[in-house]
Design a protein. Structure first.
Length: 225
């Protein structure tokens, strides 16, 4: 019955939120690269993923500089937009998409994060298909030379509260390794129930935590992401 309802929801609207905190999305049939789709044609990884360092990958156009400013950024797989906002704090415009995929006979969820976007073209709750444009490559509001910062998280509680979780492989995946290992999948079911509203609060009492909502941000160097 629940699956039937979810299928009905998906058929009625690509953006409807069904059953409270669950959204029906297509189960992932494979992962692609977020630029130069599907194989990152014309782009290269300027910086790689490093645990306890750079928690994602920076993708740049091969022509260098800001030549990739405004280029399209694509969803790496079917999923649901769980975050789409200008977050500041060195991030600029950020979109996070949640994906449901099968591995080892189980349904797993991961988040893909697209940072420093020039424009956001999707809204929270929107269901996306693999290769659907979600934004454009930006500079994080002038902080960086234009590039896409891509992260993949296997812990779907993190959201923008990176400071509240380990900065290692218990939370993050190497995007290029993960994508290359999951280019084609054959889901047993076509529709998956994707949980929403799983993020912990950004503010906390932890040392070094950025300012709580409504308070002035601490004066410190903007971290490079
Ligand atoms: Zn980066």
């Amino acid at each position: 019955m629940r699956i039937l309802l979810l299928i009905l929801c998906l058929a009625l609207s690509p953006r409807i939120v069904c059953a409270g905190d669950v959204v029906a999305a297509l189960a992932v049939d494979g992962f692609d690269f977020p630029v130069g789709k599907p194989d990152a044609e014309g782009y290269y990884r300027a910086r790689g993923y490093r645990p306890n360092g750079h928690l994602g990958e920076d993708w740049n156009g091969k022509s260098g500089g800001n030549t990739d400013l405004g280029d399209p950024v694509w969803a790496i797989a079917h999923g649901v937009v769980v975050f789409a906002q200008n977050f500041g704090h060195g991030w600029g415009n950020v979109v996070i998409v949640r994906h449901a995929f099968e591995e080892g006979g189980r349904v797993k969820f991961i988040d893909s994060l697209y940072g420093h976007l020039d424009r956001i073209l999707v809204r929270e709750g929107q269901v996306l298909k693999r290769g659907q444009q979600l934004g454009t490559i930006g500079t994080g509001g002038g902080l960086y030379a234009a590039h896409l910062h891509l992260e993949i998280r296997k812990d779907i509680r993190v959201g923008m509260a990176q400071h509240r979780f380990p900065h290692d492989d218990t939370v993050y995946l190497s995007p290029v390794d993960f994508i290359n290992a999951h280019r084609q999948l054959k889901p047993a079911v076509s529709v998956a129930a994707v949980p929403m509203n799983t993020y912990v609060a950004f503010d906390s009492t932890a040392e070094g935590t950025p300012a709580v909502k409504g308070a002035a941000a601490p004066k410190k160097a903007v971290p490079r992401r």
